[in-house]
Design a protein. Structure first.
Length: 385
C-alpha cells in the first residue's frame, strides 16, 4: 500500500510517455523532491501509474483541439477533487503553470505557504495575442488578470526567463516572490554526431501550433528552391496547424523537399536530431513568445545542431549572435532563407556555430537546474555522509 504523500507535483502535460517540456520539468522536480526525502505523488495526464518510481494519479489532459478555455475549466474541477483528498497528508503543492491553479486560487483550499508554481508559459498571454475581435480581446484582458491573481496567491514562483519575471512584476507580482531558472536538457541523451547525408537538412522539432510559426518554413523553402539551394526540410511533430502547413507545401509544389514525421515520442528526439544539421525556431515575436526559452533550443544545442531563430527576448538572454546562434528578421521568410543558405554553403561557419551551441548547452544541464528549482521552494537538501 502506498504511503500518503507529503508533496504533490501537478502538471497539465502528459508525463508518461513524456511529450513536452512541461512534463519533463514536472517529473524531474518530483524526482528531486523524492531524493530529498519527500513522499511524492504526481497528478497529471499519464498512461502509467508510476513514473521514475513515483506514483501518478492520472487525470485527462485539457484539450487543445476544441474550446481550450472550457477544457481548462474541466481540468481544474478534476484537479480540485484530487486536491481535496491529498491535502489531508500533503504540505507542499508544486503546480506547473497557472492553468492548473484556477480553483486552488479561488477557493483557497491549499494554504498559501504550501503552494508553489513552476511557470514556463503564460497561457492567458497566448489567448490575448490571438484575440481577433472586441469580445475576445476583453476576454484576453480578463484571463491575464485571472492568471496573475492565481500566481499572486502562492508562496513562491519559479519562471523560465528574466523577461517573464519582469512581465509579471509589471502586472503586480512581487519581485521577491519570483526566481528565474531556465529550461534545461538531459545532456547524456544527446550526441553531436550526425548521420551521413544530414549536412543539408533543415529541421523543426516540436509542436506545430500557430504560436510556433512553422508556416514560415513554406515560403522559406520556396525561396531556397528559387535560389537553387540544395536542401531537405524535416518537420518533426504534429499540432493544430500541421494540416494547413501540408496544404501550403502542396500548393507550392514542395512535396519533394519536405518530410513530415508526425508525432514522435520524446525518447526518439535525439535520433531525429541526428538527421538535422540546421534547426530553426521560427516563432513570431509576440509578448507571449518573447518570454519563453523553448526546450528545442537546448536540444538543438546539445545535439550539435546549428540554431537559426527569431530574436525572442528570452532567447537573447542566453544566446549570442554569431557564437551559438544565428538570428533572422522575425516573420521574414527571405531573411530566414538567407540565414539558412549561408550556413548550408559555409561548412566552417556551420561547425563553429554548432560547436558554440554544444558548449553553451553544458550550462543548462537538468542536473544543475532542477535542484535550483527545488531550492527555491524551500525544501532542504539531504545530508550526504
Amino acid at each position: 500500500m502506498l504511503q500518503p504523500p507529503d508533496a504533490v507535483v501537478v502538471c497539465h502535460d502528459l508525463v508518461s510517455p513524456l511529450v513536452g517540456a512541461g512534463g519533463i520539468r514536472t517529473v524531474k522536480i518530483a524526482r528531486e523532491l523524492a531524493d530529498r526525502g519527500r513522499v511524492v505523488t504526481i497528478v497529471a495526464p499519464s498512461h502509467s501509474d508510476m513514473v521514475e518510481g513515483i506514483p501518478v494519479i492520472s487525470i485527462p489532459a485539457p484539450s487543445k483541439l476544441r474550446s481550450a478555455v472550457f477544457s481548462a475549466v474541466k481540468f481544474n474541477f478534476r484537479l480540485f477533487s484530487t486536491f481535496l483528498r491529498l491535502r489531508k497528508s500533503a504540505d507542499l503543492f508544486v503546480i506547473h503553470n497557472a492553468l492548473a491553479g484556477l480553483l486552488v486560487a479561488i477557493t483557497g483550499i491549499i494554504p498559501r505557504p504550501q503552494l508553489m508554481y513552476d511557470i514556463t508559459d503564460l497561457h492567458a498571454e497566448y489567448y490575448r495575442v490571438a484575440a481577433t475581435n472586441v469580445f475576445t480581446r476583453m476576454l484576453g484582458w480578463l484571463f491575464v488578470r485571472l492568471e496573475v491573481m492565481i500566481i499572486k496567491r502562492s508562496a513562491r514562483v519559479v519562471v523560465v526567463s528574466d523577461t517573464m519575471k519582469q512581465h509579471l512584476c509589471r502586472l503586480g507580482v512581487a519581485e521577491q516572490m519570483i526566481d528565474v531558472v531556465y529550461d534545461g536538457v538531459t545532456l547524456e541523451r544527446f550526441s553531436a554526431e550526425k548521420e551521413s547525408g544530414s549536412n543539408r537538412t533543415i529541421g523543426h522539432v516540436g509542436l506545430v501550433d500557430k504560436q510556433h510559426g512553422v508556416g514560415l518554413l513554406v515560403p522559406m523553402a520556396a525561396k531556397l528552391r528559387r535560389d537553387g539551394v540544395d536542401f531537405d526540410l524535416r518537420v518533426v511533430g504534429d499540432g493544430r496547424v500541421l494540416d494547413s502547413v501540408k496544404r501550403a507545401v502542396r500548393r507550392e509544389g514542395l512535396d519533394d523537399f519536405l518530410t513530415f514525421t508526425g508525432h514522435v515520442a520524446h525518447a526518439e528526439v535525439p535520433g531525429q536530431l541526428r538527421k538535422i544539421r540546421v534547426g530553426v525556431i521560427p516563432r513570431p515575436v509576440t509578448e507571449a513568445n518573447d518570454m519563453i526559452i523553448t526546450l528545442k533550443l537546448m536540444e538543438y544545442w546539445a545535439s550539435g545542431t546549428v540554431v537559426v531563430a527569431a530574436p525572442l527576448k528570452a532567447i537573447r538572454e542566453i544566446a549570442t549572435e554569431g557564437e551559438n546562434i544565428i538570428f533572422f528578421e522575425p516573420g521574414n521568410p527571405d531573411s530566414l532563407a538567407a540565414a539558412v543558405a549561408r550556413l548550408l554553403d559555409d561548412p566552417k561557419l556551420c561547425r563553429r556555430i554548432a560547436g558554440g551551441g554544444y558548449e553553451r548547452s553544458r550550462d543548462f544541464s537538468w542536473d544543475t537546474l532542477v535542484p535550483q528549482i527545488v531550492d527555491s521552494f524551500g525544501v532542504p537538501r539531504q545530508d550526504v555522509d
